[in-house]
Design a protein around this ligand. Sequence first.
Ligand code: SF4
Length: 268
Amino acid sequence: MEPLEAELDRARDLAVDDLADAIESIGFECTRCGGCCTGYAPDEPGGAPAGEGAGEADGEGVAGDDRAGDDGCHGDRAGDDREPHTATVFPDEVREVADAADDALGEAYDWRDVARPMPYGLAEDEDGEPAGETFEWALATDDCGDCTFYEESDGRGACTVHDSRPLICRTYPFSVALGGTSQPMGEAVDGEGMVRAHECEGLGREISRADAESLAAALKERAIRELEEAIAVRDGYDPTAAERADGDVVVFDSEGPKNADGTPVGSG
Ligand code: SF4
């Protein structure tokens, strides 16, 4: 059996109760610091690519410093010296988030408003524009490097697409120890059984059994989904797609090669 298929079988066999036990043991409560939805300084250890923080069950979202920096960024964060928040979003999640943003914000959101080509592996052309092939999509970011759906007001942060936030956001700061699944930025700082916990100031806090079970179920769903995606991307890779693309970037996701605006690259 191929390694990814073997890992997918292991993901499907994960016991939610065991994952919940591990999450309870590690402990977690969102402190609403905003770190998991925003850009980060290069010397910060984690940067937290996606956020449970803004995705708390009560919908309040993360708290943050609502002072606007000189460049209009949340808090005292300056956009030009921070790495952009980078969190994977799958193609069906892009569409779901776009629909949620339409409803929440009252304006039409298209693919590019929600997602950008995952930057890893892309080069820059002579004009400084991204070029090359990449795999999957990252949540779009604003000029400050923050997730485009992150908001702060009166000292409170919020996810404007809370009920439709991607799996990576619903499960931060946890991952499972399976090959082919994604790990949040930063080293795992704690672990229990198959669960890994990554840089987050909310770790170690008491969590209810119900919340741990809910998080565990989402974590299993995410592991399965990531492996299914990885298998589909592997099987759908087309080395000639770049010749037919509309621009200099080709993004491979589980639905095949796409242009940077999310439209499919025509078949050869
Ligand atoms: S979609 Fe929401 S929860 Fe996810 S990173 Fe953006 S603001 Fe945070």
